[in-house]
Design a protein around this ligand. Structure first.
Ligand SMILES: Nc1ncnc2c1ncn2[C@@H]1O[C@H](COP(=O)(O)OP(=O)(O)OP(=O)(O)O)[C@@H](O)[C@H]1O
Length: 241
């Protein structure tokens, strides 16, 4: 089967303007391929650049150079030079992202946070609510919390709202940044089940999982980033990032 996502010779660095222009080289010549229905797990020490890679694939960070391509039936789409306005439909329809922390919006209830990706695509509100409630119930979020804004929820409760929001859209590509980090064993098992169901419907997933047990249950392949990335700090005021 052909790749849904290809990354070629990706480089990334940051310039810390508040620190006298210190240049931090994070990613050096990274390449990878991801197919539909496959879960590729990023491995490597803390700070190697795993979250940075996911943020580049989601358009939050710009690449210094290299290529990130999505392959559709009518041809490839290069993401590194995609105009800002093109990211909105891409995130709505193609790339889903479960970030480490929920972005809380005041006065928006947990169930509405979860429904929103479906409503953005024009789904029927009743269907979207039913799907959101099913996911929240699978993830053991107490029903009394569904109508409350998640701002005051515990870390694990917020993470489960975030996971439900990430999975409800059934995007062809799903980026998972430590989705099980603050979950107990029962909820970790539920996330593993959601990942297996997503694989079965052909979702391509790229994820970070620190829990060895979860990783071994979901990973089709591991990508050890130490082989590809070198992090070094040089003091080079004015170097472009
Ligand atoms: N916006 C930013 N500005 C400056 N430096 C950044 C930025 N984002 C990430 N970095 C740096 O890039 C490096 C990689 O960070 P990243 O969060 O990708 O690591 P990670 O492998 O996901 O780590 P962990 O496993 O601890 O979450 C770190 O040294 C971090 O300080």
């Amino acid at each position: 089967m052909n790749a849904l996502l290809t990354v070629e010779n990706l480089h990334k660095g940051f310039v810390l303007h508040g620190q006298g222009g210190t240049a931090l080289e994070v990613m050096h010549d990274l390449s990878l391929e991801l197919r539909a229905g496959e879960c590729l797990v990023l491995a490597g020490r803390s700070g190697i650049g795993k979250s940075t890679l996911l943020k580049m694939l989601y358009g939050n960070y710009l690449a210094r150079r290299g290529s990130i391509r999505l392959h559709f039936s009518d041809g490839p789409l290069e993401l590194t030079d995609l105009p800002a306005h093109a990211w909105h439909p891409l995130r709505r329809d193609v790339i889903g992202y479960v970030s480490q922390f929920l972005r809380v919006v005041p006065r928006v209830s947990a169930v509405e946070v979860v429904m929103e990706p479906l409503l953005a695509r024009g789904a029927d509100a009743w269907d979207a609510r039913t799907k959101a409630e099913t996911l929240l119930s699978r993830l053991n979020l107490p029903e009394r919390l569904w109508q409350l804004p998640p701002g005051t929820f515990s870390g694990g409760e917020q993470q489960r709202v975030n996971i439900a929001r990430g999975f409800i859209g059934e995007h062809p590509l799903l980026l998972l940044d430590e989705p099980t980090a603050s979950l107990d064993a029962a909820n970790r098992a539920e996330v593993v089940a959601l990942i297996h169901e997503a694989k079965a419907r052909g979702t391509a997933m790229l994820g970070i999982f620190h829990d060895e047990d979860v990783r071994s249950q979901v990973a089709d392949r591991l990508l050890p980033l130490d082989d590809h990335l070198m992090a070094k700090t040089t003091h080079f005021p004015g170097q472009p990032s």
